[in-house]
Design a protein around this ligand. Structure first.
Ligand code: CP
Length: 315
């Protein structure tokens, strides 16, 4: 694995999942592996879980970390090739990536979708430019189209709470006042392709995810039918993909409520956080013992640690 930009970069998904479980049992088992090495964390967008869990994962492996809120603290970066830099962007990614590579042995980056230019978002300009011009591995801490560290943590959580039977897992769209990206829904869908489960996505009309990502997955606009007998309910908002970046529906009919959870097979509730209470899911769902949201955030440590360990071992 040269870089970790999507789940597809993992040479072995199942082995990575097993490794994450081993690391959870004994987080400091390989605490000398990163000795003398540095992980740089560059944030173009805010974070709570990703920032702290990735730092914790690095500490567990003996790595030093350098953190920078790139969008606030650094020079504004230019990503276009051959452009005359007469505007507000002071530094080209060609120099920035090469410079950071001299200070860090791996660079983790968070750079959300613009939600205004689908073509540019899908080209993953920020992560792909760093991967092109850096001389060290790049790690995705949520990009325009993917959040693979979250998906890996969600896989750990589903495995930990595995049912005696093949589980039914539902990914349900939920309302949100802001237009949100597709990254979590995309990576969760890709991750479910590796799991032995019956997987179904439910969303209102107009909210289909990228059809290339959901190819072969059962999809319904009947949320209540989808929830029937579910063992895991993963909830997430995303904006329209076809009407890119737009909010088509804001009412609370799609909010996950205790009544809707009664349709499930005593189902567990999952969300990547942060979550808007009583908009995405009701208090009664989040405060129920069936909510796994806090466990999911703990597993962010071990998903990051499993990826960092493999990159370190690659040298
Ligand atoms: N789930 C997640 O990525 O959380 P943060 O945005 O707080 O990092």
């Amino acid at each position: 694995m040269k870089h970790f930009i999507t789940l597809a970069d993992l040479p072995h998904f199942d082995q990575t999942l097993d490794l994450a479980m081993v690391l959870k049992k004994n987080p400091s088992q390989w605490d000398g592996l990163g000795k003398g090495k540095t992980l740089g964390l560059l944030f173009f967008n805010p974070s709570l879980r990703t920032r702290l869990s990735t730092q914790k994962a690095a500490q567990n492996l003996g790595l030093h970390t350098m953190v920078m809120n790139f969008s606030q603290e650094s020079w504004a970066l230019e990503f276009e090739d051959g452009t005359k830099m007469s505007g507000l962007r002071s530094e080209h990614v060609k120099e920035a990536a090469a410079v950071v590579s001299q200070y860090c042995d791996m660079i983790a980056i968070r750079a959300f979708a613009s939600l205004s230019d689908k073509e540019k978002d899908e080209a993953e300009i920020v992560l792909r430019s760093f991967a092109k011009y850096a001389s060290v591995p790049i790690i995705n801490m949520e990009s325009a189209t993917a959040h693979p560290l979250q998906a890996l943590a969600d896989a750990i959580t589903i495995k930990e709470y595995q049912t005696p039977h093949k589980p039914k897992v539902v990914l349900s769209w939920a309302p949100h006042p802001k237009a949100l990206p597709h990254a979590v829904g995309n990576s969760f869908t890709q991750m479910m392709g590796h799991m032995d489960a019956d997987f179904i996505i439910t969303h209102p009309e107009g909210y289909a995810l990228n059809p290339e990502i959901t190819k072969g997955v059962e999809i319904t606009t009947d949320q209540e039918k989808a929830l029937e007998g579910a063992d895991f309910v993963y909830t997430k908002n995303w904006c329209s993909y076809d009407h890119y970046g737009q909010i088509l529906k804001t009412d609370d009919q799609w909010m996950i409520t205790p009544k809707k959870m009664q349709l499930t097979n005593n189902g567990k509730f999952m969300h990547c956080l942060p979550i808007r209470r009583n908009i995405v899911a009701a208090d009664g769902v989040l405060d129920s013992p069936n909510s796994l949201v806090i466990q999911q955030s703990k597993n962010r440590i071990y998903s990051a640690q499993a990826v960092l360990k493999q990159l370190l071992e690659n040298g």
